[in-house]
Write a protein that binds this ligand. Structure first.
Ligand code: ME8
Length: 476
């Protein structure tokens, strides 16, 4: 039986509907899951995403909209799900932190950590960013005293009683874990950042908030005047589903996909929490950068958002997946713009993929030849470097395939099949080209599932059909 793999993305705050920055991570994880299922024959994959519904950010958004917290988060959850579904994301569970099974798991987990002596009561005096839902030191704020990730939000000054988690106790454990690569943190630059953070020393961290300040949360099992801190609550979502579905054990590879702003929570806090409660720690954390729009971070609080559905209705789902995966922030932040998308769409999709496939379909469909049937994956590894999948470099996989496409286009121009009279020679040339299209289709199946279906319908039987137009040209 193939190895179990548990894949997760961050769960999004429900203060507002998600934008394409949040969606990027869902697509990345989806493609990795599909590579496993479609091309590596591993069906033992479980993929979760969801919404992070408690805490001040959702509570304040509800107050602002004059609705109850539950009504607001349910509305946003439905809209988020619609956004994610528009991108053809093959998740197995969309978890909400207001789901009953999750609340039960969060309580149980908190109690375990408390019983192990790792939770104690103390006073917190300092800053708090409601956008990050995180306590901040002065050195983490910019010169104007703002959070660099949420400059439009006012920083809160807190002076309150909380329960704290003995995070500092796990410094050595975390160092060994990350330096020894028991927990792999990718890319390498981010791993170094995590180690440097540990070198600076960990301080214990708040894991509850008083109810008179934040009422929208799970009441702690040890004090009814406190709710579980939203990060402590949210991280446990992975375990809720993992345990229920048998994907949180030593036989499972656990992989978290997250953005760079929440790397520490996943690489440093979460493993310490798990260790304290007596669970297996994750195996791998992949950390991506931010998508900027015309040079500025896309952000709910800055208001410069583009929703996935807006792009999907203009360009089609697979074009959006392609553009974000090829030009998105796989390692470093990346800048996108609508103008750039239109030019990539016309150049690399309408022209590059669409036109090449349609030229070959036309030539092969009018020929008398019967081509052998095809089913994937046959020789697809000629097109893809397996190491790129292991390192999550979907951008590199796409570059390689598009290089192949341009070689194929060149092959057509060079051999000019339309002028060849010798049937033997014509069959050789067309067979080669047809087979190349088939292999390319199989290789892009996890990345562009709908386009794969269209190409396979036209190309996978013995008689080649004229294919639908894959990407109608868009005028700028
Ligand atoms: O942090 N580009 O939620 P969130 C790329 N609820 N990624 C982006 C992005 C951008 N412009 N903006 C946001 C939270 N993201 C917590 C997570 S997990 C237990 C709890 C990414 O809604 C961000 O980096 O602020 C994160 O990975 C995800 O979207 C959710 O962000």
């Amino acid at each position: 039986m193939s190895k179990k793999i548990f894949i997760t993305t961050a769960i999004d705050y429900t203060n507002d509907v998600i934008h394409i920055g949040h969606a990027y991570e869902k697509i990345l994880a989806d493609v990795f899951a599909r590579f496993q299922r479609n091309l590596l024959g591993n069906d033992n994959i479980h993929y979760t995403t969801g919404t992070d519904e408690h805490g001040t950010t959702s509570q304040k958004a509800a107050e602002k909209n004059n609705v109850s917290c539950m009504d607001l988060v349910t509305k946003i959850y439905k809209e988020d799900k619609e956004q994610i579904d528009s991108l053809n994301i093959s998740y197995d569970r969309f978890i909400r932190t207001t789901d009953e099974d999750h609340k039960k798991q969060a309580l149980d987990f908190f109690k375990k950590v408390f019983d192990n002596g790792d939770i104690y009561k103390a006073k917190y005096e300092g800053y708090y960013c409601e956008g990050c839902e995180a306590h901040k030191t002065l050195s983490e704020l910019n010169e104007k005293g703002q959070c660099p990730n949420h400059p439009t939000r006012e920083i809160q000054k807190l002076d309150e009683e909380n329960y704290f988690f003995r995070w500092s106790k796990y410094t050595r454990f975390l160092k060994d874990l990350i330096i020894g690569n028991t927990l792999v943190v990718l890319p390498e630059g981010k791993r170094k950042e995590m180690v440097a953070f540990l070198d600076n020393g960990l301080k214990d961290i708040t894991v509850s908030r008083p109810k008179y300040k934040v009422s929208w949360g799970i009441t702690t099992p040890i004090d009814e005047n406190q709710v579980i801190y939203v990060w402590f609550d949210a991280l446990i979502n992975y375990l809720t589903e993992g345990i229920e579905k048998g994907f949180w054990d030593k036989d499972t590879e656990i992989i978290h996909f997250v953005g760079k702003d929440i790397a520490r929570w996943h690489a440093l806090l979460w493993p310490a929490m798990l260790k304290s409660a007596g669970y297996k720690v994750p195996d791998l954390i992949y950390i991506h950068g931010f998508i900027n729009l015309n040079g500025q971070k896309i952000s709910k609080s800055l208001g410069n958002v583009i929703r996935p559905t807006e792009l999907v209705s203009q360009f089609g789902v697979d074009a959006v997946r392609y553009y974000l995966l090829k030009y998105g922030p796989i390692v470093e932040d990346s800048d996108i713009s609508l103008d750039n998308f239109i030019s990539i769409y016309n150049g690399e999709l309408a022209n590059g993929l669409g036109n090449t496939v349609s030229r070959i379909a036309k030539l092969a469909s009018i020929s008398e030849f019967d081509f052998a049937e095809y089913s994937d994956p046959q020789n697809v590894w000629e097109k893809i470097n397996k190491k790129d999948i292991d390192e999550f470099r979907i951008d590199k996989i796409l570059s390689q395939i598009w290089k192949n496409l341009s070689e194929l286009d060149h092959h057509i121009n060079e051999h000019q099949p339309w002028g060849i009279k010798d049937q033997e020679k014509l069959k050789d040339i067309l067979s080669y080209e047809v087979h190349e299209v088939r292999k390319i289709a199989s290789a892009i199946k996890p990345i562009m599932p709908d386009i794969y279906v269209k190409i396979s319908k036209a190309f996978f039987s013995g008689k080649i059909q004229v294919s639908d137009i894959l990407f109608p040209r868009i005028s700028g």
